[in-house]
Design a protein around this ligand. Structure first.
Ligand SMILES: NC(=O)C1=CN([C@@H]2O[C@H](COP(=O)(O)OP(=O)(O)OC[C@H]3O[C@@H](n4cnc5c(N)ncnc54)[C@H](OP(=O)(O)O)[C@@H]3O)[C@@H](O)[C@H]2O)C=CC1
Ligand SMILES: O=C1O[C@H](COP(=O)(O)O)[C@@H](O)[C@H](O)[C@H]1O
Length: 495
């Protein structure tokens, strides 16, 4: 891994798309402002539509201004951007792209270091990588890296096929599979909270933890992504990647050292230890939901089946809740509950670690129980941790009251948490793949997910839509915990 800012050329396939506009250009700009880009860098945008370099530069400036709500302070930044119109399925135009890259290497004195960022629909990934190789764009004197967006396949079989295709042109070490949750500040903090605090690690097991809950709720619907989403659903869109990655970080053993390989290898062990769910058991462990009409912050919104590019009889889930068991020594018997969905009450990602009750309650000699100790990791929009304890109620003799120890990361003045994409792009430039997903993790995640999606694809959900937009999902998601004697901790207010 390189700690200096290496000279590099970034080629973004899909440069006129939504992801490039909303996330990639603003992130590159922030890296530039912070001095994290070498002065010798260039970005080449690739897409089909015809644009001149100047038009593309104006487009990039506008994207950054829309995202930062500020005027671009440094015009010289966009002079590093170039555009090349190309249909990725047509072999002929790769040669012109190759010549452009060689010219830019010479102009910026870049020693052939290339990042190929595929911000395009996944059906093009294999075609692009095979052309990059056959047309000689990967034959460079410097390093080459492939950044690949999700979804990585549709199931294990398609993911294996895709992996086989991209591995013809890039080695595993050169492939950076993006999971943007791994770039989030508080997701990266999970490891530090666990492994840098003497008070948590000894308790981090089935003797002291009763259950762990991970919620990632959104208020947005499918927006203009109906075409993609209706073939994906929440299980593939959020659970196979982001939710399982958070489970792996929470459950993994301490790595021998903080190297990419050591951390990944511990995460893979967790994913492999997930108790497989057979077809017959899906209903016992998983709940699916689809939003109907409702209200989000007082505004009426349409149901999922009325969204653009969505089948009006769609069977696609926009909500998933699940109970995961990790069959290893540390976690045997501890349920990890996950839930995620669109058009829910609020936008929030939180992890709640609920500790077991104390063995005997000295303070209430009645049936009343003390509040359980909770460790809450606030991922977004607020970032921080809260530890829920019990203390003596002031004045009254030996009565307890729940108290909270709070740390808020994004409340500290002057701290502007970097965007996930900003951190991940920077890691990729330095060759640090720790916060990217290794093929073994992808494969293990699909193996776990496939039986669930197979059952859901083959059985029509008769009760869809089964939750109102603006709610916390279907009732069955609450019942999933109730039958184990737990409940979802609320996202706001008390925690
Ligand atoms: N948008 C988001 O928030 C997120 C997106 N992703 C992933 O990122 C990837 C891109 O998504 P997104 O930006 O939303 O997609 P868009 O549909 O907005 O953009 C697609 C891009 O691909 C280009 N394109 C399409 N066909 C071709 C072709 N044959 N040859 C060359 N260029 C082509 C389009 O430009 P043109 O029409 O000019 O050719 C456009 O630039 C997807 O894999 C998606 O799953 C992942 C997480 C979040
Ligand atoms: O990957 C995805 O994530 C977003 C949610 O990301 P967040 O950072 O806003 O929590 C989700 O909306 C989208 O459907 C999914 O593809």
């Amino acid at each position: 891994m390189n700690n200096v800012n290496p000279k590099s050329l970034i080629v973004i396939f899909g440069a006129t798309g939504d992801l490039a506009k909303r996330k990639l250009f603003p992130s590159i700009y922030r890296l530039y402002q912070k001095g994290k880009l070498s002065e010798e860098f260039a970005v080449v945008g690739v897409a089909r539509r015809s644009l001149s370099d100047d038009e593309f530069r104006r487009y990039v400036s506008q994207s950054i201004e829309d995202s930062t709500k500020q005027e671009l302070s440094d015009e010289s930044f966009v002079s590093h951007f170039y555009y090349h119109s190309l249909d990725v399925t047509s072999t002929a135009s790769y040669q012109e792209l190759k010549s452009l890259l060689e010219r830019l290497d010479a102009a910026y004195d870049i020693p052939g270091n290339r990042i190929f960022y595929l911000a395009m629909a996944p059906e093009f990934f294999g075609t692009i990588t095979s052309h990059l190789k056959s047309e000689g764009l990967t034959a460079t004197d410097g390093w080459k890296r492939l950044v690949i967006e999700k979804p990585f396949g549709h199931d294990l079989k398609s993911a294996q096929q895709l992996n086989k295709e991209i591995r013809q042109a890039f080695s595993e070490k050169e492939i950076f599979r993006i999971d943007h949750y791994l770039g989030k500040e508080m997701v990266q903090n999970i490891e530090v909270i666990r492994f840098a605090n003497a008070i948590f690690e000894p308790l981090w097991n089935n003797r002291f933890i009763s259950n762990i809950q991970i919620t990632s709720s959104e208020t947005l619907g499918v927006e203009d992504r109906g075409r993609y989403y209706d073939h994906s659903g929440a299980l593939r869109d959020m659970v196979q990647n982001h939710m399982l990655q958070m489970v792996a970080l929470l459950a993994m053993e301490p790595p021998i050292k903080l190297s990419t390989d050591d951390i990944r290898s511990e995460k893979v062990k967790v994913l492999r230890a997930l108790r497989p769910i057979t077809h017959d058991e899906v209903d016992q462990y998983f709940v699916r939901g689809q939003y109907g009409r409702g209200f989000i912050r007082g505004q009426e919104v349409v149901g999922y089946r009325e969204e653009n590019n969505v089948d009006p009889t769609s069977n696609t889930e926009t909500f998933v809740a699940g109970k995961l068991m990790i069959d290893n020594f540390r976690w045997a018997g501890v349920p990890f509950y996950i839930r995620t969905g669109k058009r829910m009450t609020e936008k929030s990602t939180k992890i709640v670690v609920q500790f077991k009750d104390i063995p005997m309650n000295l303070y209430y000699r009645t049936s009343e129980s003390v509040h359980p100790n909770l460790l809450v990791i606030h991922i977004q929009p607020d970032e921080g941790i809260t530890l829920h304890l019990n203390a003596k109620k002031s004045g009254e003799s030996m009565k307890t009251t729940p108290i909270k120890l709070d740390y808020c990361n994004n409340c500290i003045d002057g701290i502007n948490t970097p965007e996930a994409y900003e951190k991940l792009l920077y890691d990729c430039m330095r060759g640090d793949a720790t916060n990217f997903t290794h093929w073994d993790e992808v494969a293990a995640s699909w193996s776990f997910i496939d039986p669930i999606s197979e059952v859901w694809a083959n059985t029509k959900a008769a009760d869809f839509p089964n939750y109102e937009a603006g709610s916390m999902g279907p009732k069955a998601a609450d019942e999933l915990l109730q039958k184990d004697g737990f409940h979802w901790w609320p996202l706001n207010g008390t925690i």
